[in-house]
Design a protein around this ligand. Structure first.
Ligand SMILES: *Cc1c(COP(=O)(O)O)cnc(C)c1O
Length: 372
């Protein structure tokens, strides 16, 4: 069987290094907010090209902490509106709600699956204070236009970069300075959930930013709003990156670019070799602005295709089967209509893609799809 994502095989590549880290961790006996977190924060900030990186408990918390810190700094107020894509993983929207802000859902561009800048423009009201951009499936959103709209309207831009570790902007055109996801806005939230392109062996996340004030506030808020032990300056939370997870992430980070390149190579093969009129392949401009966290095709009879692939031993997933505005948890949005978002949720199917897929597996996926 071809697994959708063979996490065991991915992490097996690093087993020896993980074991060394674990032994050193046991020897040291320091479990929370120690040297390993500091080291990884420095490495990941350097990787993203940002001034700061703050390790946190997970990707959702990374986003929540950005919003809470921004409010604490007086740059936003509870009840302000935040524009967010209607087609995203629900975490993006939950983060806004958790910080007592109001999500305003906006439809994507049908080709790229990413938020449509025109529609951002139309959704701006006097209460809008920020745009939460999601680089969905690992492809950068149109940051140039979004940042322009934001500066014209005095809005903060925040990136949900949970699927976009290592995405680069401006590589192909050569016009711009090369910048990575996480360094394209006021602040970005990353997830190191095991299945992400940079995955820990458990829950983990981080915030990146170039803003000193925001960084300082998040360092405090993630640890009970406290800088000095037992002295609490703010109503904080407990959301810290574990020492052991930080040390595992330090093992994997040097290989992230290589793993992303393998994902792009597989994607290019799928794009050039899958030929079937029943299948719509994803948009890709050939640059490094896509790290193919997911390779998402579209088809009218999605369940039929998924069953056919399963019968042939190919595991697939749906990202995502129910749009956020139709979820029971978000009843306040259930009456809204987002036709593009709905169509996507009905038609999308994610094919296996990972840095440990073999040539034979790729050949097989292509062959079976072309025979459908
Ligand atoms: C995974 C993910 C998150 C949440 O990350 P966790 O670490 O699971 O909390 C947020 N947004 C998007 C787009 C994601 O894919």
């Amino acid at each position: 069987m071809i697994k959708f994502l063979d996490l065991h095989k991915i992490n097996l590549q690093y087993e020896e290094a993980f074991q060394k880290k674990f032994e050193a961790f046991l020897d040291k006996g320091w479990y929370i907010l120690g040297e390993s977190v500091k080291v990884f924060e420095k490495e990941f900030a350097e990787y993203c090209g940002t001034k700061h990186c703050m390790g946190v408990g997970n990707g959702l918390d990374a986003l929540v902490l950005i919003f809470k810190a921004t409010i604490q700094l007086g740059k936003m107020q509870k009840g302000d509106e935040v524009i967010v894509p209607a087609n995203t993983y629900i975490a993006s929207i939950l983060a806004i709600i958790e910080a007592d802000l109001v999500p305003v859902l906006v439809e994507p561009n049908e080709e790229t699956f990413n938020i449509d800048p025109e529609k951002i423009q139309q959704a701006i009201t006097p209460k809008t204070k920020a745009i939460l951009v999601v680089h969905l499936y690992g492809q950068l959103a149109d940051m140039e236009r979004i940042n322009t709209i934001a500066s014209q309207n005095n809005l903060l831009v925040i990136e949900d970069a949970a699927q976009a570790h290592g995405c680069k902007m401006g590589v192909r055109s050569g016009k711009m300075e090369e910048k990575k996801a996480g360094n394209l806005s006021y602040a970005a939230g990353f997830s190191f959930y095991p299945g992400k392109n940079l995955g820990a062996l458990g829950d983990a996340g981080a915030v990146t930013t170039n803003d000193d004030e925001l960084a300082k506030m998040i360092y405090s808020l993630r640890n009970y709003g406290s800088e000095t032990k037992y002295q609490n300056d703010f109503v904080g939370v407990n959301s810290r990156l574990d020492e052991i997870q930080a040390s595992f992430l330090s093992v994997k980070l040097p290989y992230l670019d290589k793993e992303n390149a393998i994902r792009r190579t597989i994607a290019k093969r799928y794009l050039s070799e899958i030929e079937n009129s029943k299948i719509v392949l994803p948009f890709y401009d050939g640059s490094e602005n896509h790290v193919f966290h997911l390779f998402v095709i579209r088809t009218q009879k999605r369940d039929e295709l998924q069953n056919y692939l399963a019968e042939n031993g190919i595991q697939t997933m749906i990202h995502y089967p129910i749009p956020p505005h139709k979820q029971k948890a978000l009843a306040q949005f259930n009456h809204l209509s987002f036709p593009i978002t709905k169509k996507m949720h009905d038609e999308v199917l994610s094919l296996p893609i990972s840095p440990v897929m073999t040539e034979e597996e790729i050949d097989f996926v292509v062959k079976i799809l072309n025979q459908y």
